[in-house]
Design a protein around this ligand. Structure first.
Ligand code: ASN
Ligand code: ZN
Length: 347
């Protein structure tokens, strides 16, 4: 029986000391969120320990429990990539925080009830494999999974968690095929919402790159070098800044670059020092801010995009979404035109 919602304290790796939704069983505390979601594999959103099982394991893992409801304290605080000592609670603390903030973002900003819109509970599996430098969403388990990292620290940073959970949302909406241009848009969708979730949880004006609030890089807490740079994707050495007819041949984590930059322009404009588009953008386009940009992208994704949507289609979808939300001829609609023009898509 598990019916007594409680609030624990978590010593996280990436998010400071935080409150955690837990459950008191009568004898111990579980890392089980009694306040978001229902059904699914565990009946609630939970975090489980994979204890270094293979990345192909379909096991659900062992639910985390803790006697005193303070998580990641003392010997249970285990950071980083040690394969021998990495079953600690720290990764679980950050994974739960990522689920909570992602869930609340979709609910409170868009009114979406969870990943599938029906409130079906999800879960997060931590400590997969050994020194594994990745995290992933799986539709089969309706869950996300995190490695301990080797070049990277444990993969449970907030923008990465938001990225993975947003793969689940995409799968239940536009379901963008994970190759070609639609694959790049699928990856960009996860980067866009991973970043919006970071801003949602941490605040910040949105205009400061690398600030203590949200920021426009992905995975910057995992190593000295971010995984991706939304404001200028080419800084990763592999992603293009603008669309071209060959972008669909790239790995989806690179073909995402132009859409990431487009979304950055839409929100922030092209005038932020050092990040101005010199190639296509009409100088001085004004951004419409995170809130409007995120609403337009969410409506485009959930109302207009399909599994085969390409960059041209994403432009049309976003223009339609902006018209629906803010009116034909609105500044928001014009900003969508400008932002796509800024990545060489459309006039
Ligand atoms: N972390 C990666 C991602 O979510 C895993 C993958 O390549 N699908 O994009
Ligand atoms: Zn991804």
């Amino acid at each position: 029986l598990h019916t007594t919602a409680a609030t624990g304290t978590g010593n996280s790796q990436y998010n400071g000391v935080i409150s955690l939704p837990t459950n008191y069983t009568g004898s111990t505390y579980e890392l089980r969120d009694m306040t978001r979601g229902s059904g699914g594999s565990f009946g609630n959103n939970v975090v489980t320990n994979m204890a270094h099982a293979s990345t192909t394991s379909t096991a659900t893992g062992t639910l985390y429990t803790d006697a005193d409801n303070t998580w990641g304290d003392g010997a249970n605080y285990v950071e980083g990539s040690s394969t021998t000592a990495a079953n600690g609670e720290t990764a679980a603390v950050d994974a739960m925080f990522g689920m909570v903030k992602s869930w609340d973002f979709y609910k409170n900003v868009f009114g979406r009830n969870g990943i599938d819109g029906n409130g079906t509970a999800t879960y997060s599996r931590v400590h997969i494999s050994n020194s594994y430098d990745n995290a992933f969403w799986s539709d089969s388990c309706f869950c996300m999974t995190y490695g301990d990292g080797s070049s990277f620290t444990t993969l449970t940073a907030l923008d990465v968690a938001g990225h993975e959970m947003s793969h689940g949302v995409c799968a239940r909406t536009a379901n963008l095929t994970y190759s070609g241009e639609s694959g790049g848009l699928n990856e960009s969708n996860s980067d866009i919402f991973g970043t919006m979730i970071e801003f949602y949880a941490r605040g910040g004006s949105g205009s400061t790159i690398g600030s203590t609030g949200g920021n426009w890089t992905i995975g910057e807490q995992l190593s000295a070098t971010p995984l991706r740079y939304m404001y200028k994707p080419s800084l990763d050495g592999s992603s293009p800044d603008a669309w071209s007819s060959t972008v669909g041949n790239l790995d989806v984590h690179y073909s995402s670059g132009p859409m990431n930059r487009c979304f950055y322009f839409l929100s922030q404009g092209a005038t932020t020092s050092g990040n101005t588009s010199t190639t296509y953008l009409p100088s001085g386009m004004t951004g419409i801010g995170n809130d409007a940009a995120a609403r337009i992208w969410f409506r485009a994704l959930t109302t207009y995009m399909t599994s085969s949507t390409n960059y041209a289609g994403a432009r049309t979808a976003s223009i339609n979404a902006a018209k629906d939300l803010y009116g034909a001829g609105s500044a928001q609609e014009q900003a969508v035109w400008n932002a796509f023009h800024g990545i060489n898509v459309g006039a």
